[in-house]
Design a protein around this ligand. Sequence first.
Ligand SMILES: *Cc1c(COP(=O)(O)O)cnc(C)c1O
Length: 468
Amino acid sequence: MTIVNRKGTTMSKSALRNLPSIEALLQTPHLPDTVARFGHTLVVEAARLELEAIRRRVLDEGGPVPEAEHIAAGVARRVQAIAKPTLQPVVNATGVIIHTNLGRALLSLRAQQAMTEAAQSYSNLEYDLAAGGRGSRYHHAEALLCRLTGAEAAVVVNNNAAALVLSLSGLAQGKEVLISRGQLVEIGGGFRIPDIMRQSGATLVEVGATNRTYIRDYEASLHTVNTGLILRVHHSNFRIIGFTAEPTLAELTDLGYRYGVPVMDDLGSGTLLDTARFGLAHEPTIQESLAAGASVVTASGDKLLGGPQAGLILGKAEIIGKLKKHPLIRAFRVDKTTLAALQATLLAYLEGRATAEIPLWRMIAADVAGLNRRAGKWRRALAVAGATMTVVNAFSTVGGGSLPGQQLPTRALAVNLPSPNAVAARLRALETPIIARVEDDALLLDPRTVLPEQDAVLIDGLKSVLAV
Ligand SMILES: *Cc1c(COP(=O)(O)O)cnc(C)c1O
């Protein structure tokens, strides 16, 4: 039988008779090793796909059937592509410390070990050891959180977004929530405060103007019995400058107290340490918000706290108690490994070791002389690659919606190239991808966010890309 392919030439289908069977293919050198490593089912599936692709190509374009070894290599490549985890480590050379796209905060060694332990062994997650019966998972990090912040009570959920939905649903469903027009922010990834409010069944009441809101604006909207909550939201990822005004949290809580309306403060970044210690602007701390009289404070676990992804809700015992009984809390239930990591992270703060143990603070505190030495070390190791490299003044940022516009002076390796974007793309395609920044037509690599133990991977990766 003959068939006509797309190019109009005729060829014999008999060429396809030379295609090996799957059984024969599995005996080709190296494929038995692939079977031993990845299992029979996956390799057979990949062999079927590879043979089908060859069959189509031969029919479409003509030409001979490849050698069995060549086909086997294609099968092995397919297996590896299917079995490759999509979540993989990368080198963050961007200088953005809390990089949401690259996984936000890195965990301390102690937090990593606590996660492993919680994963390996049964635990008293929801078991009261004294009573020998059911306990609560929401009990675990609570005492530590209260001790560190002065909160009466606390509860941990999956992230700060969940903390907001739960708090708004629990405290203001069917009621009005007052918020300044300047705080109706989009935090990222389409997460907008007005949408969250709607989802929670609360009615948004905007007060003031985008740039200026006064306490009298809140008061003007407050004389209704329907007001459930006054909400303050941290500006997070932007700054309003110029002709601006916003009441302080203390002024808001004073107003709320007079009208019997609780005030909630969504901090987002939620730090426990004073960022001014590190030459940055002062970011409001969780302790300060509670001391200023906020009834509820919400914060992320993996921003300036430097812990796992989590949402912290802290505040008055009566309110937290209500939230712990809310039906939605089950949907936002936090995992045991997260609780273990959070607990370990909080212990570092308790013991005054946060700046020594938590990667985030170590990166923020890294001194320029040390960064200069590392960038210089990279430059010397790469001198063989032939590109023009200099160590330059640059800026790192904290990221994660905290401290917008704030910069940390750093020393970065600048590689001058005719097409830095193309090289940046090749660095991203490496076995361990390297994420760099392109600035002023140079490829910029900031040692602040590169772990010292990743120096060798970074140097080898750059060498291989620059040598091409
Ligand atoms: C980041 C942020 C959130 C969301 O926190 P996630 O932990 O990412 O869910 C909410 N509010 C503010 C002000 C934030 O900065």
